[in-house]
Design a protein around this ligand. Structure first.
Ligand SMILES: C[S@@+](CC[C@H](N)C(=O)[O-])C[C@H]1O[C@@H](n2cnc3c(N)ncnc32)[C@H](O)[C@@H]1O
Length: 241
């Protein structure tokens, strides 16, 4: 059976993601906080899904391009963002269909853990970013996910794992790739990014009332890990790896 087939449950996933605790009150606000002031910036939302982050970045004044492997998710993003939105169906494992140095910021929200090898993707992010450009990425927290939630015999051995995701009565098999924290930071460094912020943020305080149990759990155990990594500014680019 095909894994990571978001086409098969795109509507259900998008509806859930829109206003649930984990995406709307924890993950998305954290990415937006790391992105900071994006007004006037060109942003690539890589793995944009149905476009909730794309829309939020656009509301903050950015010009946003979205790319996702799922045609259904892109079609939902188009419905949200309008027919003239710059949206692409594409695989982050392939070369990106964008010119060199065309973006100031890349966001990769909850997508890198679908990729076995981050190197080609991070090289492409580097290519399409301008000098001084920033990449903001969120992933399953490696220590919480692989030593507590779904323990793995050897934390350091990269491996995939599969599970079935059921949302709104629709199920889809998912395949994620485990990577240690060191493998993640090493991949960013090897691709020429400097680690700027690694964060384990708290959920939005306003979520406490709406989702008391989720809030309690999330505010004591991180679910995701967030990275802000940067390219050197012009004139200080050093050797390209
Ligand atoms: C957990 S969803 C997150 C979507 C969006 N970033 C958000 O936060 O709403 C993961 C998304 O990554 C996309 N995806 C998975 N593997 C991908 C790949 N190799 N290339 C591009 N997109 C991919 C999926 O289709 C899905 O839309």
């Amino acid at each position: 059976m095909q894994t990571n087939d978001y086409d098969s449950f795109a509507e259900a996933y998008a509806a859930e993601n829109e206003s649930n605790f984990v995406n709307a009150c924890y993950e998305r606000p954290a990415v937006l906080a790391l992105a900071g002031d994006v007004s006037g910036r060109a942003v690539l939302d890589a793995g944009c899904g149905a476009g909730p982050l794309t829309a939020a970045l656009r509301e903050r004044g950015a010009t946003v391009t979205g790319l996702d492997i799922s045609a259904e998710m892109i079609s939902l993003a188009r419905r949200r963002l309008g027919s003239d939105a710059d949206l692409h169906v594409g695989d982050l494992g392939d070369p990106l269909p964008f010119a060199d140095a065309s973006f100031d910021v890349v966001t990769a929200s909850l997508v890198l853990h679908y990729l076995e090898d981050w190197a080609p993707t991070l090289q492409e992010f580097r290519r399409v970013l301008r000098p001084g450009g920033r990449l903001i990425a969120s992933v399953d927290h490696p220590i919480v996910a692989y030593t507590f939630r779904q323990p793995w015999p050897n934390y350091f051995t990269p491996a995939s794992y599969t599970f079935t995701w059921t949302i709104g009565g629709h199920s889809a098999p998912m395949k994620f790739w485990r990577k240690s924290f060191g493998a993640m930071t090493g991949a960013f460094n090897d691709a020429g990014f400097r680690l700027s912020v690694i964060s384990e943020p708290q959920p939005e305080p306003s979520a406490r009332e709406l989702f008391p149990d989720d809030f309690e759990r999330q505010s004591s155990t991180p679910g995701f890990l967030f990275f802000l990594v940067e390219l050197p500014p012009i004139g200080n680019e050093g050797e390209r790896p």
